[in-house]
Design a binder for this molecule. Sequence first.
Ligand code: FAD
Length: 508
Amino acid sequence: MGATAPVPPEAPRLAMPEPDARVLAGRAGIVADLRRLVGAGAVIDHPRAMRPYESDALTAHRQLPLVVVLPATTADVAAVLKYCHARRIRVVPRGAGTSLSGGALPLADGVLLGLGKFTRIREIDIANRCAVVEPGVTNLGITKAVEPHGFYYAPDPSSQIACTIGGNVAENSGGVHCLKYGLTTHNVLGAELVLMTGEIVRLGGKHLDAGGLDLLSVVIGSEGLLGVVTEVTVRLLKKPQTARAVLVGFPSSESAGDCVARIIAAGIIPAGIEMMDKDAIAAAEAFVNVGYPLDVEALLIVELDGPEAECAHLLGAVEALARDCGATTLRVSQNEEERLGFWAGRKAAFPAVGRISPDYLCMDGTIPRRQLPFVLARMRELSLRYGLRVANVFHAGDGNLHPLILYNANAPGELEAAEAFGADILRLCVAVGGVLTGEHGVGIEKRDLMPEMFNATDLAQQQRLKCAFDGESLLNPGKVFPTLHRCAEMGAMHVSGGALPFPDLPRF
Ligand SMILES: Cc1cc2nc3c(=O)[nH]c(=O)nc-3n(C[C@H](O)[C@H](O)[C@H](O)COP(=O)(O)OP(=O)(O)OC[C@H]3O[C@@H](n4cnc5c(N)ncnc54)[C@H](O)[C@@H]3O)c2cc1C
């Protein structure tokens, strides 16, 4: 993510679908039609007013959309999609635009469909331990709404004050507490989805299981490629009686990694285990001043929650394991304020790192936990080879790494070097048995690395599914899949007018 420095204004270097000249030429008519459909106030077409939508948090890539549309109801979304489908106009859904993988990057010939007006909590149903919310409600907004009832929504991305539940569903987002409570997919019970044709389908519901194929789990993590989510039913959890966090400092990242593996192997599932290395600790401490130890190479934040006696027992077990692994500092939170302080540094770690480097790329790969020491050591070698520093902040308990590669976008070649370094880290994750993404999605960032993990048959099968939802590849094309297929070639029947989408792109 480019944190602060100005980003060069040239076009993204990644190959994106060639804009459709017919759509570009018809822009004025399309804007007028959309205004008629959803009201003039919901359509933005002036380049300056569209500027805030030109990128998401992967700011190295920017593109003004054809037009921005901000519908307020499911019926509006359906009308816009039906219109775009009939005219073969591409559509990119957008929540808060905090994606780190470029998932919400607009297309020059595409409608940017912002869900920012969908901010209502439709229902809080404590008896069924769920809430029905609109997709533009922020992640933290859900917890705030149900807090008075003693409940909360568990997945907690660090971006939770800004990111929306619609974006979380599209990215299958995680957070520090997902180790124990699961990712978005484990905490969403149902969704309303508008298909590219304008048809509306309901997936799942308040019940734990539904008949038929489990399309909800297909849609969660589908990165805006299958439909537009207009309502989400989330599972609520009772706030734990106690939660205590412990800060544990280590003389090396390897010993911290070893401690993580041993805690899990002992059968303990903490509410969260996060790790930061020296650079990240220094940056976070300078940002929030919560007393992180500055004389250690790696810091773990381990949180235990549950009944008080259980917490105390597990804390003792974690402390013993940590000392065995060579921990040099141990500090247990003494009250709620201190516990939240421990987390404040971790949650602010990305912006904090933004203060020690003009730019950084935030990578996101997952590895088997036991490979942590090896991967961290290998990353240090790569850092020397590329001549770029890397700060590590990550969900250690899940093996979900977030190396932050520090670079300067204004220094010639540094962005390219940072991207090559990042690609090598992700290849390394796959090589040790891990995966390309833990929670940030593929988007455009990891699109071209997909063949590192999937073979041609795997990718073709995924694209057949995409074709079943969006037969003409109009929803968020250019994301996730390295090569676009014509749906007819994939065995789908849904081709309109025999026209080949993206004739410029290679097919296999
Ligand atoms: C500082 C920072 C910290 C972060 N920390 C975390 C973290 O700890 N864990 C984590 O998982 N992520 C994290 N992220 C990444 C990001 O916040 C998540 O991916 C989040 O879910 C994106 O939500 P959004 O509302 O901003 O979606 P956007 O960025 O607007 O969109 C993301 C994707 O979702 C699609 N989309 C959005 N809304 C809809 C909808 N209603 N229907 C269909 N598709 C839709 C878009 O097309 C796009 O592909 C972080 C980002 C930042 C900047």
